[in-house]
Design a protein around this ligand. Structure first.
Ligand code: AMP
Length: 195
């Protein structure tokens, strides 16, 4: 069982690359953002709490996110070959809790973090384009977009040092064409195959 994280700022292309990776390697995609949007669509209690925060561009509480992750990775059938986590972990405390959970539930650890590096200016342009296609509420105002980028730098970027220290971090240029980025990610995965 492999555990990959696709990492990067909002709008870096994590979702696009995850879709390609799932097809090629038969991984299960776990996007906490998507799972939270499903809760919002269902109108569940979790969805109601998440909606307020997401629409303001703020993070949802660790407890909610970790319960979702636990539900997805613990007690899974063994036919799943691996997971790709997209948008999780987003803070050091989530990463620490994730390490503990993987060890307790599956006696495993994160195999690799693939980080899509993109400049802030490009992120804004990409999110504005995505807003036209997907109509996400949190993509619709420039204030919310800038708030998410600011939160990324303050709370999520420290994860780079966290995973570098563990020897799991791989950086990928995120401003190349989609296919080139995908090839670069695949060569990292292929390089890890015998690990
Ligand atoms: P995403 O689809 O990954 O861009 O996530 C959309 C929004 O969902 C984020 O801006 C956060 O408000 C919330 N969210 C998604 N994943 C997490 C997470 N791991 N921790 C906290 N909030 C999250």
């Amino acid at each position: 069982m492999k555990y990959f994280i696709i990492f990067g700022p909002p709008g870096a292309g994590k979702g696009t690359q995850s879709t390609l990776l799932i097809e090629k390697y038969g991984l299960r995609h776990i996007s906490t953002g998507e799972l939270l949007r499903e809760e919002i669509a269902k109108g569940s209690d979790v969805g109601k709490i998440a909606k307020e925060l997401i629409n303001k561009g703020q993070f949802v509480d660790d407890k909610i996110v970790l319960d979702i992750i636990k539900d997805q990775i613990c007690n899974r059938d063994s036919t799943v070959r691996g997971f790709i986590f997209d948008g999780f972990p987003r803070t050091i405390s989530q990463a620490e809790a994730f390490d503990k959970l993987l060890l307790e539930c599956n006696k495993r650890s994160v195999n690799a973090v693939m980080s899509l590096e993109v400049e802030d200016k490009l992120i804004v342009d990409r999110i504005r384009k995505r807003a036209e296609i997907e109509g996400r509420k949190d993509d619709s105002s420039i204030e919310t977009i800038l708030n998410r980028i600011k939160t990324y730098h303050a709370k999520t970027e420290p994860l780079i040092a966290y995973y570098k220290e563990k020897g799991k971090y791989h950086h990928i240029k995120g401003d190349l064409p989609v296919d080139d980025i995908f090839k670069n990610i695949c060569s990292i995965i292929e390089g890890l195959k015998n690990e």
